[in-house]
Write a protein that binds this ligand. Structure first.
Ligand code: SAM
Ligand code: SF4
Length: 332
């Protein structure tokens, strides 16, 4: 039984932990990372598997965290990631362990991930067109990603959610095609608004396609009805009224922030605890752990950090300050 819950000063409970396992990536998505990449963290600065598991155990056993999402950078470039999944699964095999990946390494990795205890997977896919893929991911790996999605399915990683970041002038003409794909394959497609967390500082509000507009386009062809979620989540989810499989979800961080129900907390690859994607500071845990402090001490630091969680982000408001780190450095 957990000792207590991680509650912030606004009464929200943090029970969804996102762990970034690397800041590196084999893609250079235009909304995330510059074409030339970023200055990578040194190997010794990144949390070791044992350190990640120690923190995960504290979150699970002391504070009742039930969902752990592995992310990055691209998580599957971290060597032997399946071993880490197995170690986290050993804390409690009923944990909801999920991963967000660009999918390019899934053909090789999916069976081992499934065997290790990965329960679900989100695969990022912004387009169904090879040329747009080259434009957005700055990679030639479109076919490998599509095959990776198939491999995940074959390995039994189900349900599969597809994450599509919608950018005006790049892929916003494909949203109905993605709804068709959801219906034919049974995927849940999550349309994500472009957030000001890109490494190139190209974000403008004009490039954001509001979820409402995407929903209208889809509903012109395929009427939707809301899915009532028992647990809070960032996505507003819908199923198809005609009973087709799959569904759609909208992550409207810019047009309709969901901060009042946010239950997330993030651990960066170098062990920084972040209470919001848009936090301007984080609580460093790595050096504290390496200095030999007890779990009780770490727990106290974690509780204090969560208590200070921001009320919400200020995108599109006068006080907004873009964090110095990009999405790949935070762990989306
Ligand atoms: N590399 C993996 C991937 O792309 O799935 C995991 C890490 S990535 C940072 C996590 C998610 O953040 C992906 O779905 C990606 O599309 C999304 N993302 C990255 N930059 C974003 C931005 N500026 N706005 C909205 N979503 C973004
Ligand atoms: Fe890499 Fe994911 Fe960022 Fe794309 S969104 S550059 S795949 S970390």
């Amino acid at each position: 039984m957990p000792n207590s819950k991680l509650i912030d000063s606004y009464g929200r409970v943090a029970d969804d932990l996102r762990i970034s396992v690397t800041d590196r990536c084999n893609f250079r998505c235009i909304y995330c990372m510059p074409a030339e990449g970023l200055k990578w963290l040194a190997r010794e600065d990144i949390l070791r598997f044992e350190e990640i598991v120690r923190l995960a155990r504290i979150f699970v056993e002391r504070y009742g965290v039930r969902t752990i999402r592995i992310t990055g950078g691209e998580p599957l470039v971290r060597v032997k990631l399946e071993e880490l999944i197995g170690m986290i699964n050993a804390i409690d095999p009923t944990l909801d362990i999920t991963m967000t990946t660009n999918g390019v390494l899934l053909r090789q990795k999916a069976p081992a991930l499934k065997d290790a205890g990965l329960k679900r997977i989100n695969i990022s896919l912004d387009t169904l067109r090879m040329d747009t893929f080259k434009d957005m991911a700055r990679s030639d790996a479109f076919d490998r990603v599509m095959d990776g999605i198939t491999a995940a399915r074959e390995a039994g990683l189900w349900p599969i959610k597809l994450n599509m970041v919608v950018m005006k002038g790049h892929n916003d003409d494909e949203v109905v095609d993605f709804a068709r794909l959801a219906r034919s394959e049974g995927y849940e497609v999550r349309f994500i608004e472009f957030m000001p967390l890109d490494g190139d500082n190209i974000w403008t509000n004009g490039q954001v396609v509001p979820s409402r507009r995407i929903q209208e386009q889809i509903e012109d062809l395929f009427p939707l009805e809301p899915v009532v979620d028992t647990r809070p989540g960032p996505a507003t989810r819908f199923r198809f009224v005609d009973g087709a499989p799959g569904g759609v979800g909208f992550i409207s961080s810019v047009s309709q922030a969901f901060c009042t129900t946010c239950n997330r907390v993030r651990l960066t690859a170098e062990g920084g605890l972040r209470t919001c994607l848009f936090s301007l500071h984080e609580t460093p845990l790595r050096d504290l752990m390496r200095s030999g402090v007890s779990d009780d001490h770490l727990g106290g630091v974690i509780e204090a950090a969560i208590w200070r969680k921001e009320e919400g982000h200020l995108i599109n408001q006068p006080g907004f300050i873009k964090p110095a780190k990009s999405m790949s450095q935070i762990g989306g």
